[in-house]
Ligand binder design. Sequence first.
Ligand SMILES: Nc1ncnc2c1ncn2[C@@H]1O[C@H](COP(=O)(O)OP(=O)(O)O)[C@@H](O)[C@H]1O
Ligand SMILES: [Mg+2]
Length: 468
Amino acid sequence: MLRSFRVQLAVRFALTMLVVIAGVGVAATWSLRVILQRELDATLLQLAEVEVLAGASTSGPDFTFHEGVLLARTRLPSSELTRYGELWDAEGVPVVRSANLGDRDLPLPATAMAEARRGVPGLATHTWGADRLRSLVYPLRLVGAMHGSHYLQVAAPLAPLDAVIWRFAGLVAVLGFTGAAAAFGGAWFFARLATRPAEQIAAQAQAIEAGTLSAHITAHAEVVEYASLVAVLNAMLDRLRAAFDAQRRFVADASHELRSPLTVMRGDLDVALRRDRSVEELRAVLARMREEVDGMTALAGNLLLLARADAGLPASALGEVDLADVVDRVVARSAGPAEAAGVVLTAAAQSAPVHGDAALLDRAVGNLVENALKHAPRGARVAVRCAAAGGVATLEVEDGGPGIAPEHAEHVFERFYRADPARGRDAGAGLGLPIARAIAEAHRGALVLARATPGALFRLTVPLAGGG
Ligand SMILES: Nc1ncnc2c1ncn2[C@@H]1O[C@H](COP(=O)(O)OP(=O)(O)O)[C@@H](O)[C@H]1O
Ligand SMILES: [Mg+2]
């Protein structure tokens, strides 16, 4: 299931915005409520003091409210400015009411009354039927001893204050949803901007094919966030192109190598067919053709071997192989050719168990020894050594020949490369070293020309079995 980065980004952005605005909104609404209530409490205290001072000259039931100050004369509808007043005696018996109360008493909140009895104005929020009220109970003894036993209660309906707070909360909610919607839109737009380069890079990459591998991706290569992606893709293209070119060269060379003997055979056949030939003559032609066919068979075998080594080792052929055994076998096999070439072949093989394919390793070592014997002059030495150290099996083949000239040294591992084509048929196809290296690499090892002159020294390394 594909997920859209754009939708995700926009949704997360909008939700974040909503949460932030909701948090700010709740805090702001709460603060507004506290501020408005303090304001209301201050007006209640002020009102109580005004009424108390105005009525201080009278006492008890003669106390009169200044109704003009308790602004709203009727009880309903309660407005922001509606205030009620009631005078109580020490026992909590009503003495005088403001006109807008009619014949109803205000509920006297016990907590506020208790404070007033202690001599300080007491505040409380309480209900009155369906309404909510904020009340202040003021002890009259604060203004005169003769009023010592009376308490003035002034009250304001909380509905107008609540209405303001709800209106404000509604506004915040509208702002919140509008902000979230705007955030969603903005994120949608910017996500498009942010992802468009990736689409353009992908489009350029898609246009590159086998034939146009030399092309590079240029889109957004100068943008910090995309430069590394573009660089990685271009590096991958370079590697692909190099591998592709090598493969193309390999196929061309292989075709060429296979065609040469065919051309020779074709020429022999033409000559043989030009006139009647004796049985001996025909026999000689067939013998030459047989040689060519052997050569082609060997070449085809080598090509197959390279292809297999390139593809990696098949698990079925893998096992524990002691390189020392491989060396022993190769040296035993080469004793005859070495003697024929007048070369002294020596072996010093220490046990070096590796995990691999015995036949392939045999082939790699065989190729190195074969080259050494081919290039070492009469009387020279060829030494094969094998040892295990530091988790690595090391095999060296050193010869007392002329070695390899520097201009050839860097190419001898290339497929079909021959340093001395003058050697003609004897020189081989130039696949011996590439095959040996491919085998080493298939074993997670390496083959290097450790010393080019005087006398070539090839070093093959493979990780030891069981060790790191
Ligand atoms: N021990 C060596 N001494 C000198 N030259 C060598 C030696 N081994 C390889 N070479 C050079 O490297 C080239 C590539 O070797 P190789 O891949 O085995 O191809 P081939 O043996 O088929 O020519 C050879 O043509 C040869 O000139
Ligand atoms: Mg060779």
